[in-house]
Every structure is written in structure tokens, then in C-alpha cells.
Design a protein around this ligand. Sequence first.
Ligand SMILES: [Zn+2]
Length: 273
Amino acid sequence: MIRVLKSQPPPQWLQLHGPAGRAVLEAAYDADTTLCQHAGTPALKPLRRIFAHTTVKTQLRADQHRKCAYCETKFSHSSPGDVEHYRPKAGYQQDQNGPVLGPGYYWLGYDWSNLLFACEQCNRVCKRNQFPLRQPAARVRNHHQTLQHEAPLLLNPATGPDPETQLTFNFETAVGLSDEGETTWRVCGLNRPDLLEARRDYLEMVQDQIFLATILAANPPVMDLQVLVALYGSLEKLSEKISAAQLNYAKLAKANAPFAGMVRANFPHLPRI
Ligand SMILES: [Zn+2]
């Protein structure tokens, strides 16, 4: 996970429809606070046609370089992805196996600062309604309270501390550097088997690219080069591979690269910009 830089101002659609939509939800809460204490109360449900409007989703996807905010997978070629609410809109869980309690953070349903682009695996299968806090008793329960004293244990890549100072990687495995980093990889399932396999494969590709990109500068023995020529079939093909790797080298750890957090953690010398 790396920092996400969200564009400002928010998408025009949210500016146009968010405030009125929020007012409707807040009025519904105030009209019957007892009823609204349950998770999934229909009257507190933010409208998808507002928060997930195509212009909102397109902007989030562009800001995040078409990557999931949590796992950094580039997946939008194979599935549409979700507009995900960092603070869950319909209900919350303090613990993965605990009850889903209400109300959720309904008043943030159209809040640009609460929206991220995420893959379905991270959002729907792993995170779902989880939103653990350092002090559960300090949880904000409605729009009359301020979020100032709430301390989430889930990292938000768009706000708060730089995710790379909280969550790192040992080869392909996500490792917490803080309670927040540890909680985040667990909540988002960042060490799920298929994701570990994808990151392992990607890391091998990165290692190969770095090796090829830097091999000539390392003045290898002629014999080693001969082995590589044999491996790639000809000197011409090896030269092509080296040239391509030298071009790729500068891109491997950039913010728009897949799994950039993992690549940076394993190869801190790679250029990031
Ligand atoms: Zn994901």
C-alpha cells in the first residue's frame, strides 16, 4: 500500500448531489434515532447513483493509477471494481468475527474523503464492514459528533500517515510496522494465498528486470555473458532484453506500478519518481 493522492476539488457530481443527499440521510436519522441504531437501516442507505456515479469512479480510478487502494493490484481490465467507503456506510465491525453494529457512517456516504477505488476481493470478501478503532468506546455514532477523536486502526492511503511507514513487505509477505499496519493487512486480507502468489511472480519479474538492466554496468565475466546469450538464443535477443529492462528500470517502483509498496520495500534503491 502506498500513498494515494486524490484530485481536488471533488468530482462535480459529488459537489452537485452530495450535500443534498447527505441532508436527506441526516434528516432520516434525526427523525427516528431509535430505529436508526441498527446496521443496514434502509433510510440511512446512501444512493449508489450518487457516490458510485461513473464520473466519481473514473476520477478515483485515475487518481489511483487503476490500482486497488489496498492491495495495489491493477485489475480494472478484468473487473469493474468498487467505489469503497473507508468508513463503512451501513454498519461496522470492531472485530472480524464480531457483530455488525449500526449505524454505519451514513453521513460520509457521499464524502469524497471517504471514498476509494478498491478491488472486490479487498472490499467485499475481506474488509466488508470492518472498521476497528484503537478505542472502540470513542466511536462516532452519528453526524452530530466529530471524527476528531476517533483513532482508526485501518490505514487510509489518502490521509493520515504514509502507509509505507506503517506497512512493509518481507519479499511478497505484508508485514505491519505498527498496530495500524498490522491491522490493515489482516482486515484487507493482503496476505491471502492468491495475492501472495501474484506478488511472488511479480517480484521475480522485477528481479529479472533489475538484473538485466544493471548487468552491463557490473562488468560481468565474458563467460557469464555467454551463458546469457545461450539462454536468450542470440546476442541480438539478449541486447533487446537488456535495452527493454533498462527502460523499465525507472518505472518499476513508481506510484503507477503494480504492487509499488512491495517493490519499494524490497528494492529501496529503485527510483520512485
Ligand atoms: Zn485489492
